[in-house]
Design a protein around this ligand. Structure first.
Ligand code: TYM
Length: 346
């Protein structure tokens, strides 16, 4: 991919991220992304959207799609995203995303997309039966980001490659259309022990909503006893916790549980390990279960309250769409001028 130095960008700091509306959210989404949304809303203007256009790259039941979208919105709000500080809105309600995505489809190269590992994982053995949308998914993601000229994008580690593609598209657009610094070269915000949460059943697999075993993940809507039971049943080994992070790394399941504890507690992993060194899982798991229930129960309860009355969520979404379009509209208009389209308003 292109290696030229980033062009100067003079615009304001802007934070953006999205979560797909394709089913229930889990602890990985929360610790990898949503926790950071809450922290970053104190730093700059924020746009957090419900990625329903991305969700339909694989089949979604039309009768459930809007409800799934509201559930993600409820998760944001219940986790502490403040609608007065951050715009929360469905991607499909802001047509500028799809419009810019088309232009970017003509900027991105097939060779770039052919390298995307997430497409390879999701399309599996049957690439020819996947939707075209699943293939161009990362191009739409670049449009989501650059339609707000977002400078920082908080995501989990699995999104790193998509963020690199976004940077390449911005760079190529700026070069091709003689507009240095028009689009920012966006920085991913991927850090801390929450960036890669693994399955509770297999320390080598990512915690994921597509895992057939519900015991592999903690869902945001799980009740307290389900959370505690899943942690009790989590795969581990018979050894006590080691002294160093290097030793811990060799034991993926143990490493994951210590990482989850650290991310939930907002403490460095080394500090958590020091606290539990020499103890077995008979002592560590109950401590983790207690912490997880304490942190997650209020979020689940608040989500259920919000989802019981969609009018509150819908009000937030309508205000979010307005804020989003006020920024995205002019960016798409300028982009179209750079591309050379006829301007109906001129
Ligand atoms: P999605 O819905 O698959 O994931 C939402 C967020 O959760 C993070 N995540 C994890 N983090 C840590 N450990 C895990 N096991 C784990 N599983 C998921 C993801 O990294 C992500 O941050 N393509 C995006 C959605 C998107 C987007 C965007 C994000 C569409 N357009 C523009 C940022 C900017 C995604 O994977 O969503």
């Amino acid at each position: 991919m292109t290696e030229t130095a980033p062009a100067p960008y003079a615009g304001p700091k802007r934070i953006l991220s999205g979560v797909q509306t394709s089913g229930s959210l889990h602890l990985g989404n929360y610790l990898g992304a949503i926790v950071k949304f809450v922290r970053l809303q104190e730093e700059a203007e924020c746009f957090y959207f419900l990625a329903d256009l991305h969700a339909i790259t694989v089949w979604q039941d039309p009768a459930k799609l809007a409800g799934q979208m509201r559930e993600v919105a409820a998760a944001f709000i219940a986790s502490g995203v403040n609608p007065n500080k951050a715009a929360i809105f469905p991607q499909s309600a802001v047509p500028e995303h799809a419009e810019l995505a088309w232009i970017f489809n003509c900027v991105a190269r097939l060779g770039w997309l052919d390298r995307m590992t997430q497409f390879k994982e999701k399309s599996g053995q049957h690439k020819e039966r996947s939707s075209v949308g699943l293939y161009t998914y990362p191009v739409l993601q670049a449009a989501d980001i650059l339609v707000y000229k977002a400078t920082h994008v908080p995501v989990g580690e699995d999104q790193k490659q998509h963020l690199e593609l976004t940077r390449d598209i911005a760079q190529k657009f700026n070069n091709d259309f003689g507009a240095p610094g028009f689009f920012p070269i966006t920085e991913p915000v991927i850090e801390g022990p929450g960036a890669r949460i693994m399955s509770l059943r297999d320390g080598a697999a990512k915690m994921s909503k597509s895992d057939p075993s519900d015991n592999s993940r903690i869902n945001l809507l799980d009740e307290a006893d389900a959370i505690a039971q899943k942690i009790r049943k989590a795969k581990t080994d018979p050894e006590p916790l080691p002294e160093t992070l290097d030793e811990l790394k060799l034991r993926p399941e143990a490493d994951n549980l210590v990482g989850i504890y650290a991310a939930l507690a907002g403490r460095p992993k080394a500090e958590v390990l020091a606290q539990f060194t020499g103890q077995g899982f008979g002592a560590f798991k109950p401590a983790l279960a207690e912490l997880a229930v304490e942190r997650m129960r209020p979020i689940g309860d608040e989500m259920r309250r919000l989802m019981a009355d969609p009018t509150e969520i819908d009000k937030v979404l309508k205000a979010g769409v307005e804020k989003a379009r006020a920024v995205a509209g002019p960016v798409v208009a300028e982009t179209k001028t750079l591309v050379g389209f006829w301007d109906a308003k001129a």
